[in-house]
Design a protein around this ligand. Structure first.
Ligand code: ARG
Length: 263
């Protein structure tokens, strides 16, 4: 107790003497951590999971996934570096060894499991059809002759492909970023889009001219952390995820980022 106080006050004095340089203000490297860095890749176009916050003059990637990643890195004694790319490039980045793990609201599908390993699921989600409020759409059966936006490389693209096989004259428009999908919807270049409920909710709140219905009879979506195949880190990450659940921290973060909307 006494010793900790002593260390803390010494550090404070050192900072005051040196002045507020980045050594004191920024980096959190504490003695003994060894300063090892984990690189996390994400696609920061997915509020509230991960997005670029520009308020305050600086650009920072924030969100539910980012808070979880920071907590896990700290618990395991690593620094965290975040690299931002298109969703479609995330699995290739893991395969090429350009990232240690991916958090991007990514759903662990059988197809992806052939190329990467996944943690346990840490959050569940469902898919919605999002469209301009004045459209008479009640479900996928009303999409005949329409253009449907999806994120390239996402499970929503897979779902869209299934619908194309069932619904007459439905055209799929795969786009790189979720923001592009919302823009295309609002400008009328696409008629509808598939998005996860938690992400759709945020866009609906900011775009009253959009509406959404849930797609029935679908497999649940949900998010897990992805790793290169045979990564040794999966177990450690799962352990911290389980601790976050049992300690209530996960629930706290769900409330922080998703509010009281049901998931
Ligand atoms: N859960 C979906 C998937 O895994 C969509 C995730 C999109 N994530 C993002 N950061 N844009 O395919």
């Amino acid at each position: 107790m006494k010793r900790r106080w002593f260390l803390a006050s010494t550090a404070a004095v050192a900072c005051l003497t040196v002045g507020l340089t980045s050594a004191c203000g920024g980096g959190s490297s504490t003695g003994g951590s060894g300063g090892q860095t984990l690189v996390m890749a994400t696609s920061a176009d997915y509020p509230p999971y991960e997005f670029v916050e520009t308020s305050g003059g600086t650009e920072e990637i924030v969100g539910f996934d980012i808070d979880i990643a920071r907590h896990i890195a700290t618990e395991l004694g690593y620094e965290l570096e975040i690299t931002n790319m298109d969703f479609n490039g995330l699995i290739p980045a893991l395969q090429a060894g350009r990232a240690d793990f991916v958090m991007a609201g990514m759903t662990p599908t059988e197809e992806r499991k052939q190329n990467v390993d996944f943690s346990e699921i840490y959050f569940e989600a469902r898919n919605m059809l999002v469209f301009p409020a004045d459209q008479a759409i009640t479900g996928p059966q009303d999409l005949a002759g329409k253009t449907l936006g999806v994120q390239l490389g996402s499970i929503q693209e897979g779902l869209g492909n299934d619908l194309v096989a069932e619904v007459p004259n439905l055209t799929l428009a795969p786009l790189n970023r979720i923001n592009e999908i919302v823009q295309e919807l609002r400008s009328g270049r696409i008629d509808a889009a598939i998005m996860e409920n938690t992400v759709a909710d945020g866009f609906l709140a900011n775009n009253p001219d959009l509406r959404a219905v849930e797609i029935e009879d679908q497999e649940a979506a949900g998010s897990a952390i992805a790793f290169p195949k045979d990564s040794e880190r999966v177990e450690d990450f799962n352990r911290v995820l389980a601790e976050m659940k049992s300690s209530g921290l996960m629930e706290e973060l769900v409330l922080k980022w998703f509010g009281d909307r049901e998931s």
